[in-house]
Design a protein around this ligand. Structure first.
Ligand code: ZN
Ligand code: ZN
Length: 105
């Protein structure tokens, strides 16, 4: 799940991110990496398919998502995460997480 057409890397499968983290990964918005909240969505509800979801703190609060929470797959429907939360290029995401650019680089 989660295919994204990256302008740099082509079609990639990546993490689900809130619009603000998505913009930060693309370099058009400043979101401190340390402020990002990541959790897992248990897609099959048996631990076999965990999808990483990363949000800024305000979105995490809005959707009531706690740091490192394991969320049931139904949260995608129930919480109305889609379409606000969208997949991000995994390569760009990793670069952002590892400190490409950013205010504290
Ligand atoms: Zn956000
Ligand atoms: Zn990319």
């Amino acid at each position: 799940m989660g295919a994204e057409q990256c302008q740099v890397h082509g079609v990639q499968v990546g993490q689900l991110c809130c619009p603000h983290v998505n913009s930060a990964v693309r370099g058009s918005l400043e979101v401190p990496r340390d402020a990002a909240v990541s959790a897992n969505i248990d897609m099959m509800d048996d631990g076999s398919d965990l999808l990483l979801i990363v949000m800024c703190q305000s979105c995490a609060a809005r959707f009531n998502i706690r740091v490192n929470a394991n969320l049931p797959g139904e949260v995608l429907d129930r919480a109305g995460l889609i379409p606000d939360v969208a997949p991000t290029c995994g390569i760009c995401f990793a670069a952002w997480r590892n400190g490409r650019g950013g205010s504290d680089a």
